[in-house]
Ligand binder design. Structure first.
Ligand code: 6PG
Length: 252
């Protein structure tokens, strides 16, 4: 059940839905969109990447021409919206997935890559360390709606309506002060996740959703079902939803 401190969904006026034919077309559209956004802005371009399986095709596309040669890697900084609390070379690591699919293939300065620390820390200490890294990057300890932390935040949608590692019923859903939280009360692996305040400090949030197994939950998201953590993402900027036809099937 939605906790009282969860804010409502982004107004429909600021929601942009695009239904693409299939996962490949979805990845291509997302790559073109991300390149457009990155090259339309001057200065530092910061991205919070999503994990899971859906964004991998996008990352693999960005690692090749024409994106690899056109993307402003030198002024782009990559963070993660969430991470599984495992070593970076673990098969379940979102950092590892992104490194294999994208980062090891493109000319991005090492100092522009900001993985979640997962070794030598407790989950709580790792969350605090990542918050410090974000604050150092941002240059302040208080988020200013006029100066969003991220140019783009990419998000996925879990079959239970979670996004990043904001799971139904998790204590992190109620967090409105910290930017990063440890999630140790959800099923399975401990995780580190951006909280709603950090995710919402984005000029654009883009959900990437693919597959027929997501069509029921995506239809609930579109209806603004408050029981879904993903339905409470209300960025200061625009909310985009890139979905494939299979995931959009139940929209009616
Ligand atoms: C993670 C993600 C998570 C993911 C959803 C959807 O670390 O798992 O960040 O929020 O986006 O679980 O995952 P799929 O894309 O694999 O369906």
């Amino acid at each position: 059940m939605a906790s009282s401190s969860q804010v409502g969904a982004a107004p429909v006026s600021r929601q942009r839905l695009e239904i693409l034919a299939d996962p490949e077309t979805l990845a291509k559209r997302a790559a073109d969109w991300l390149l457009d956004v990155a090259t339309s802005e001057a200065g530092i371009f910061s991205v919070a990447l999503s994990g899971g399986s859906t964004p991998r095709a996008l990352y693999e596309l960005l690692a090749g021409p024409p994106y690899r040669d056109a993307f402003p890697w030198a002024r782009s900084h990559f963070f993660w919206g969430d991470e599984r609390f495992v070593p970076h070379d673990d098969p379940q690591s979102n950092f590892r997935m992104t490194r294999e699919a994208l980062l090891s293939h493109v000319p991005i300065p090492a100092e522009n890559i900001h993985p979640v620390p997962t070794q030598g820390f407790s989950p709580e200490a790792a969350a605090a360390a990542y918050q410090r890294e974000l604050m150092t990057f941002y240059g302040a300890e208080k988020l200013d709606p006029k100066r969003p932390l991220f140019g783009v935040t990419l998000l996925g949608l879990g079959a239970d309506g979670h996004t990043a590692s904001l799971f139904p019923g998790a204590a992190a859903l109620a967090e409105r002060r910290r930017w990063v939280a440890a999630v140790t009360d959800a099923k399975g692996l401990a995780r580190i996740t951006l909280t709603y305040p950090a995710i919402e400090s984005s000029r654009r949030v883009a959900f990437l959703v693919a597959g027929k197994e997501k069509n029921a939950i995506f239809a609930r998201l579109r209806r603004g079902d408050g029981a879904l953590p993903a339905a409470h993402v209300n960025p200061v900027g625009d909310l985009w939803q890139f979905v494939d036809a299979a995931a959009a099937q139940a929209l009616g």
